[in-house]
Design a protein around this ligand. Structure first.
Ligand code: OSB
Ligand code: MG
Length: 368
């Protein structure tokens, strides 16, 4: 598609309630939206970096810089054929996967709108609705945590993920397991442990968890291999898998038994697709992670989560779990069976509330 203009907006949206992980608490969510115009059509994408470099080294600020000064000048005025052509063109930029992925998403949206195909169709999705769960942040007390879980279970979520950190791990997971002996339960440490300290997680083996997500450093696939040998619960990698190559390293090293695919973290939907295919060949289950996305990123996550290898519930909750006001006209809601329906309109299948974007945006850069 001949790209005529790209506009990027850093935005800030208030969260319904604060969200706390091992790297900090947030009350609102920043990200960068990408509006790509080509051949009379408009495509949208979302770069899932946050204000602070807690989950990733990328931030709203680095995304604006990398896109404005390096990535977008390689694209505007060019005829970009598809996602692999896009990856080839931006291949000279090292890293910055969250930035790149938002632009790739906008390109997929445009291609789908041109061809009258949904993203699900283009990626090879097979499900009309996908199993989802909710990621519950750290709370002030264990009883607050159980209350928060009560609320989500009452809303119909049948898979719960708990954020953990040193000192707020075993007793938290035990309390929720006691309250819900049958529920599908998993924990996410966001790299808060070291191989030396991780032995304290061993009691989690008694709680019948689906998985333990990213206990150790993000750049340490090898230590995850050593940790997986010490624990029966499957280790799942999130932060450590930044590309299809890293997925291969993790599989070959037996560093994990499950992989969380976030298209943003791995540099785009095309890269997520490669990891999905690789894990299917290797017999590893995958699931779709989340980054508190707006309706744009949520639509994209639902589409990729509809592929056959996504056999575990995704961190894709209903819109009202995150935002009172979103930037898409469509809101995603939870079905009675703890699924969310995959959009099937052309491209991402969502329409954009540009008035809301104008209100949440704290900047705008246009390249044409
Ligand atoms: O580690 O999975 C994570 C949110 C922001 C950054 C990292 C993570 C998360 C979540 C929330 O766990 C998932 C969601 O509901 O979007
Ligand atoms: Mg995670």
């Amino acid at each position: 598609m001949k790209i005529s203009k790209i506009t990027i907006y850093p935005i800030n949206m208030p969260l319904v309630s604060h969200f706390e992980t091992s790297f900090g608490r947030i009350y609102d969510r920043e990200c960068v939206l990408v509006k790509m115009e080509a051949e009379g059509l408009v495509g949208w994408g979302e770069c899932a970096a946050d204000r602070d470099p807690g989950y990733s080294y990328e931030t709203t600020g680095t995304v604006m810089h990398i896109l404005k000064d390096f990535a977008l000048p390689l694209l505007v005025g060019q005829d970009v054929i598809d996602a692999s052509d896009f990856q080839r063109r931006i291949g000279t930029i090292r890293g910055h996967h969250l930035a790149k992925a938002g632009v790739e998403m906008a390109l997929w949206d445009l291609l789908g709108k041109r061809d009258g195909k949904s993203l699900k169709q283009m990626l090879g999705g097979v499900k009309d609705a996908v199993d989802v769960g909710v990621s519950v942040g750290l709370q002030d007390t264990t009883s607050d945590l159980v209350k928060a879980v009560d609320g989500y279970v009452a809303q119909g979520y049948r898979r719960i993920k708990l954020k953990i950190k040193p000192g707020r791990d075993i007793s938290e997971a035990q309390a929720v397991r006691k309250a819900y002996p049958q529920i599908r339960l998993q924990v996410d440490a966001n790299s808060a442990y070291t191989l030396e300290s991780a032995h304290i997680l061993r009691p989690l083996d008694d709680l019948d968890l689906l998985l333990i997500e990213q206990p150790l450093f993000e750049d340490d696939i090898w230590d995850h291999r050593l940790f997986q040998k010490q624990i029966k619960t499957p280790v799942c990698l999130d932060e450590s898998v930044i590309s299809p190559r890293h997925a291969r390293y993790a599989i070959e090293m037996e560093a994990c038994r499950i992989i969380n695919i976030k298209p943003g973290r791995v540099g785009g939907l095309s890269q997520g697709l490669e990891i999905h295919d690789m894990c299917q060949r290797a017999g590893l289950p995958v699931w779709c992670g989340g980054m508190l996305e707006t309706g744009i990123g949520r639509a994209s996550n639902l589409a990729i989560a509809s592929l056959p290898g996504f056999s575990l519930p995704g961190d894709i909750s209903a819109s009202d779990r995150y935002y009172t006001r979103d930037i898409t006209h469509e809101r995603f809601s939870l079905n009675a069976d703890s699924t969310i329906t995959v959009p099937n309109g052309p491209g991402l299948g969502v329409t954009i509330d540009e008035t809301a974007i104008k209100e949440f945006a704290f900047g705008e850069v246009v390249l044409e």
